[in-house]
Unconditional design. Structure first.
Length: 157
């Protein structure tokens, strides 16, 4: 099945450039095998580097084809999504608890990825109404627990 191409598309046995991605088959530096790297247009480094299959002669790499390229693009996109989710999880934390009064509160801590001004923003809301109880700047290593949140809500920390 012939797929439409653009002027920028390259579909060679060891190099495919298409749909915003470049797949390049390279000699594996660690052994006699081959590797493939997937780089998204505009990114400084590959999103994915993995082993590549040897051809029938057991000496040269198997050529890239449409099916392999689509699979590599999907895998590279999945890697980028996992990395983004992991980065988001490192910079955002949430904590719910019930105060001694019986009121449920929800806290969210968002860490600013700022080397010059490291900090986080803590927001505590009423778990029932969603009303913001307090918002403030805290250290990026703030421990999100009931004791610290009580201090924060009381204006002591």
């Amino acid at each position: 099945m012939n797929e439409p191409t653009t002027k920028a598309d390259v579909m060679e046995p060891g190099l495919w450039i298409r749909d915003g991605w470049t797949a390049r088959v390279l000699k594996n530096e660690d052994d006699d095998g081959w590797a493939v790297e997937m780089t998204r247009d505009g990114d400084p480094a590959p999103a994915l580097v993995g082993p590549w299959t040897m051809g029938r002669d057991k000496k040269n790499p198997k050529p890239l084809d449409s099916s392999a390229f689509r699979t590599l693009v999907k895998t590279a996109n999945d890697v980028l999504i996992r990395h983004a989710n992991q980065a988001r999880a490192r910079l955002h934390r949430a904590f719910d608890y019930v105060r001694e009064s019986g009121d449920r509160v929800s806290a969210s801590l968002d860490i600013a990825a700022d080397e010059d001004d490291p900090h986080a923003v803590l927001v505590v809301v009423d778990g029932r109404t969603g009303e913001e109880l307090r918002r403030g700047r805290v250290a990026p290593n703030y421990r999100l627990n009931a004791t610290n949140l009580e201090r924060f809500l009381d204006g002591r920390g």
